[in-house]
Design a protein around this ligand. Structure first.
Ligand code: F58
Length: 822
């Protein structure tokens, strides 16, 4: 690989010291750690900035097509370490800091995670930006600059407490405010229409509206080992006129106040729901706010060099990260017709060549449907356009399926007083993709069957991926160095190179080296756990990890029920032959998701009982890691032996944590769901442990109205025992009723909800059996080492670089732009 890094240590050192003076009027050794972080970050930005300028010059010069990745969420994590890595200057900067008596880890720990996302969907967006820049593709991320990101989780007395995430408190050294790109975004009022006598066209004007000003902040997205620096553009809201008393005199006092509040509220906070849709007015405001600003900007940028908007699609694609930005369809139509003077058909032609849609879930509770009343009141002109899109679409359905009322009911964009955003995205998008093979198949055959039948050419799969730069090179320096030592460093930008590790998987010495590294990473995590939880864990125990958002379908409950079962077994048979196991959990629950929060409490209470039972000799430990997020995730993945991927088959669209574990040498313990299917395909079923119902079986049961969990309760004594322990106070002596709702959710139908909706009891025995297999396999240390090394060697497919190349060649049709320097 050509090293483009022209790092000068002495200059850099001086720059840090200068920054300390400029920013704080202090010498470096008078600065506290946060100030040192800021100084270092500004120095890194100083290296980035020329590349950033050069990149955008080159894009303008070559007049290239750009993808705008539109997303309500970008879960970026920390920037400093990642930027150092991608500048190929990590080790040098680490040395410079060491010479200044500063520990790089301490500095990196000063940076708050940019947690502008919930989970998989937001992190995927962040991985995609990394890959786009690394592969030299022109791209913008378009999103919202939330004042408060994903809440910080504290555990008090076993309960989750949500603490506001004031991530901008100390300022963000990497961002640049772009005051010159301000846009007005209008809400409410009504649409006045009239005929323009000169042109004979019908004109539409929004009147009596409230508006805000969208102001972008740009964050650099540094490509690895090249000069490309793309942009994540996140929009802040400012009031149109800062409040002035004049408006009081004019009788606009009310309006001024409303606009001030609108600006303040709109970007205040990220909605903390994962795989659940909350139909809140403010949420729709957020969506239209960032979409309108982004589309206005994209059209203006295009017009700088082109005068015919009919060819906009040659220069830009809007990729919709789920349905959240789907108002982009109507906003683009509005701009093209109302502002650029295109006819409906011309505007529709452009729009349907510009917008593409990614689906991330088949969970019905996550599908966005807006009440007509709300939608039309908040976005009157946008609503008119959606109505017309729907009218024409329904006509098309009628032509294709004459007399089939059922098709209209199932496919219309507006139906039953609701606007269905997925239908709008599919109707207007030129591409509809799922995020793993199985997921795409389920979309085509079940969830979106009617759409697939009507327009099969739009449908395609893009199996998710992750960036190895963050989740191996940065997160696991020991394993990275070992791999590079064995096969060179080309894997950093070409992950399938990891196949070159295959000759080592049977080599005893290599196996030992590999497992030694795993052990060191376990020691690192053990230290983190001791510092943050006060719990001692044994690095020689099996680290069995489930970290992800807490959701019933992800079945953290299955995991903890099994822990309770194993504990009972061990109590009955204290000499039971088992390798000590540390069960590690990390999960945030949406603030309003009762049963999810109760599951966290259950995990913590079970942990309390088991960890304090000296009679089991520490054979089982249970740890709940507080505030799971990108930055501590990097430490956790590196230390895992077992990767718990145990969702109810058919429910997890892809999963990406599964890939992060695989890449760091953990064995997947999972169902045949999401991308697990492809992981097994790559690594071989003998190098994973698979259990549970298949997606077909789950779907069949669901169509038949479920199954009867009481049968299992009545016939399986061990299961009956652990369920009874949920309500007999064993894990909540102060309140035996505490976990009654969990008990009920497993055994009784409740108001239209089937008992054990997620087949936890149905899969329990098969899961326990799989857990036994894990124990047996781990005993054979050479066999285990070989299997987990094979996991690393076969992880190549799961790089987001591969995913991005597929998006580029099948959907976006971008050209690489090599950015020269000087
Ligand atoms: C996730 N979705 C999928 N949604 O659950 C996961 O299987 C997949 O790997 C990942 O997307 C990436 O494709 C997800 O994270 C959300 O968090 C939404 C946030 C906004 C409200 C609706 C859910």
């Amino acid at each position: 690989m050509v090293r483009t890094n022209t790092f000068n240590k002495e200059e850099f050192k001086k720059d840090i010291k200068d920054n300390c003076k400029l920013l704080y009027r202090k010498n470096i050794d008078e600065c506290d750690d946060q100030q040192k972080f800021q100084a270092v970050a500004y120095s890194v930005k100083n290296i980035i900035i020329d590349k950033w300028i050069a990149t955008h010059k080159e894009y303008e010069k070559q007049d290239v097509k750009i993808v705008c990745y539109m997303s309500m969420e970008f879960l970026m994590g920390r920037a400093l370490g990642n930027n150092m890595i991608n500048l190929m200057a990590y080790d040098e900067i680490k040395e410079v800091l060491a010479e200044l008596g500063i520990d790089i880890n301490v500095i990196e720990d000063q940076e708050p995670d940019a947690a502008l996302g919930n989970g998989g969907l937001g992190r995927l967006a962040a991985c995609f930006l990394d890959s786009l820049a690394t592969l030299e593709y022109p791209a913008y991320g378009c999103g919202i600059r939330y004042r408060y990101g994903m809440f910080k989780q504290e555990i008090k007395d076993g309960y989750q407490i949500e603490v506001p995430d004031n991530w901008l408190k100390d300022g963000n050294p990497f961002e640049i405010k772009r005051d010159e790109y301000r846009y007005e975004v209008k809400f409410g009022g009504y649409v006045r229409s009239y005929r323009d006598e000169k042109t004979g066209r019908d004109m539409f004007v929004q009147e009596d509206y409230r508006s805000v000003i969208a102001v972008p902040y740009d964050l650099p997205v540094v490509g690895y080992g090249n000069n490309t620096v793309n942009t994540l553009r996140i929009w802040d809201a400012e009031p149109v006129n800062t409040f002035n008393l004049n408006s009081f005199d004019k009788g606009d006092y009310q309006k001024a106040i409303e606009e001030e509040n609108l600006a303040k509220n709109i970007v205040e906070v990220l909605y903390p729901n994962d795989n659940h849709y909350a139909g809140k007015e403010l949420r729709l405001k957020q969506q239209y706010f960032f979409v309108s600003a982004s589309v206005q900007r994209a059209v203006d940028q295009y017009k700088k060099h082109h005068d015919d908007c009919r060819k906009l699609y040659e220069k830009v694609t809007f990729q919709l990260n789920d349905t959240h930005p789907t108002v982009a369809v109507a906003e683009l139509m509005r701009i093209l017709m109302d502002e650029e003077g295109l006819e409906w058909d011309e505007a529709w032609d452009v729009t349907t060549k510009t917008v593409a849609y990614t689906n991330h879930t088949i969970m019905s509770e996550a599908l966005e449907k807006w009440p007509l009343e709300l939608f039309s009141r908040l976005l009157p002109r946008i609503y008119q356009i959606v109505e017309e899109i729907n009218r024409r679409f329904v006509e098309e359905i009628k032509t294709k399926y004459p007399g089939d009322q059922e098709k209209i009911r199932k496919m219309a964009i507006i139906y039953d007083g609701q606007v269905k955003m997925a239908h709008l995205a599919i109707c207007a998008g030129y591409s509809v993709n799922g995020v793993a093979k199985l997921h795409t198949e389920i979309l085509e055959k079940q969830e979106l069957k009617d759409f697939y039948e009507m327009m099969p050419q739009k449908f395609n799969n893009k199996t998710n991926g992750i960036t190895q730069r963050r989740f191996l090179l940065h997160g696991n320096p020991l394993l990275s160095a070992w791999i590079t030592d064995k096969i060179g460093d080309a894997w950093v930008t070409d992950l399938p190179q990891l196949k070159k590790l295959l000759p080592y998987v049977d080599d005893e010495k290599a196996q030992q080296e590999f497992m030694q590294i795993k052990r060191k990473n376990k020691v690192r995590l053990a230290k983190y756990i001791k510092e943050h939880n006060g719990i001692d864990v044994d690095p020689d125990s099996i680290f069995d990890v489930q970290v992800k958002r807490l959701h019933e379908y992800k079945r953290q409950l299955l995991n903890i029920l099994h822990v309770m079962y194993l504990y009972n077994e061990l109590k009955k048979n204290p000499d039971m032959d088992m390798t000590p196991r540390t069960f590690i959990f990390g999960a945030k629950a949406a603030a309003g998701y009762r049963i999810a929060k109760l599951t966290i409490k259950l995990i913590n209470n079970v942990a309390d009982v088991i960890n304090n039972d000296a009679s089991i000799n520490g054979k089982i430990k249970v740890v709940f890691i507080e505030n799971y997020r990108v930055s501590n995730g990097e430490i956790i993945f590196a230390a895992a032996d077992v990767s718990e991927q145990i969702s109810t088959a058919s429910k997890e669209a892809s999963g990406t944590g599964n890939m992060k574990f695989m890449l760091n040498g953990a064995m997947t313990l999972g169902t045949m769901d999401g991308a697990n299917v492809e992981i097994v395909q790559e690594v071989g079923i003998e190098n994973a442990v698979i259990f549970g119902l298949s997606s077909d079986e789950v779907i069949r049961y669901e169509n038949e109205g479920g199954y009867d969990p009481m049968e299992i309760f009545n016939n399986d004594q061990a299961v009956r025992e652990i369920l009874t322990e949920l309500i007999n106070g064993k894990y909540s002596p102060e309140d035996p009723e505490m976990f009654r709702d969990i008990y009920n959710s497993l055994l009784s139908n409740q108001g239209g909800r089937r008992a054990d909706t997620y087949f936890i009891l149905k899969d329990f025995r098969s899961y326990a059996e799989a857990q036994k297999q894990i124990d047996a396999r781990y005993k054979n240390s050479a066999g285990w080492a070989k299997s987990v090394m094979l996991n690393v060697a076969n992880a190549g497919k799961f790089s987001s670089d591969r995913t991005i190349e597929e998006y580029v060649s099948d959907i976006w049709k971008l050209k690489k732009v090599h950015v020269p320097m000087n």
